[in-house]
Write a protein that binds this ligand. Sequence first.
Ligand code: IMO
Ligand code: MG
Length: 408
Amino acid sequence: MNLVVVGAQWGDEGKGKMVDYLADDADVVVRFSGGANAGHTIKVGERTFALHLIPAGIISPGKTVVLGNGMVIDPASMFEELAGIAAQGIDWRGRVVVSDRAHLVLPGYKSEDRAIDERRARPIGTTGRGIGVAYGRKASRDGVRVADLWDPVVWNSLSPSDQEWLEPFKEKLGEMKVNLASYMMGLKDKKVLLEGAQGALLDLDHGTYPYVSSGISTTPGAALGAALGPRKIDKCLGVFKAYQTRVGNGPFPTEMAGSDEELAHELRELGHEYGVTTGRPRRIGYLDLVALRYSGWINSLDGFILSHLNLYDGFENIGICTAYELDGEEIDFFPSCAADLERIKPIIKTFPGWEGKVADARSWEEIPEGAKDVVKFIEEFTGVPVHGYSVGPLRSETFMKEMPWTAS
Ligand code: IMO
Ligand code: MG
């Protein structure tokens, strides 16, 4: 069975934590998009892991993890990250596999990424990890893939300094590389977890272009970036937070500003909303159901996983955006132009707070009644049921209402 988990907002929804949780029952975890721009935090007992390139499944003992062809890989970052988790007691040797069609991020790409963004009339605020440059080279057919390190024509076209930089990684990558299509064919009856990076609203096609990343962060990217084909995807789950965050620039219709800044500050501190990759404070906004319904559609989600609802425990009320106002007219769709999204005024519906704590719940039954009403409203509005909950940073603070490994 092939189960996909993606971010349903602007990234940082808690995908890494959910992948770690679901990986327990998976045989293999394949990351299908992005690169070291991602930042996935996983807390297991006293240990905290910060992952960027390595699939979150690595924390589960014995699982094999795969870096798919849809990824862009900086080998220096990758081996540094592996050394870091080894120092934290994770034995990764023999468990990390890399698609030979994955593209490499070469040393000059990072400074180029930053220089391009500085020159932009409207900077995107990239993570500076060379992601856009690597995907750009891929699209223009000037990229360097893992397999190309053994292609004399490509190798000889590289600058002497790039060759020198790549040389020490060649042997190690040589041991890890696979032909991913063949590898996936061999996993026929296995449970494969397909791990996304970023989020639907950062997707190159469907996100808030040009304020997006350059990979495919929606579920179709799982078929493409993990060498599967669309009909082999059995189930798609999308993780979202009970509010909305964004790092970097770009439109954010429900951003808490003005008199709401205090609330934004409170949620940022409660939720530790600072970037794992860049340390930047995340922008905070009300949960946006117009965007979430859109995300449910473009990802063809079977279910959501709702995280951070516990942050609203003890609040008098909570606000959720249920429609947009654009130039005086009410609209119910997610506009395509950044300029339109910038002008939107969110229409916020207020829900009463609840007695009791979502943080203490370990099953749907234990969720306080008022919080259940909010969940039911979200399900009805988006047409997507909530299959699972993350109610705190720990692995143990996670539970499913629907069985994840049953095809829908
Ligand atoms: P995870 O997987 C949140 C944002 C950057 C920037 C834009 C483009 O942790 O959810 P890039 O360096 O990709 O060219 O930057 O995308 N961005 C993310 N925001 N979570 C992420 O990943 C992100 N990856 C990229 O902040 O606005
Ligand atoms: Mg993150």
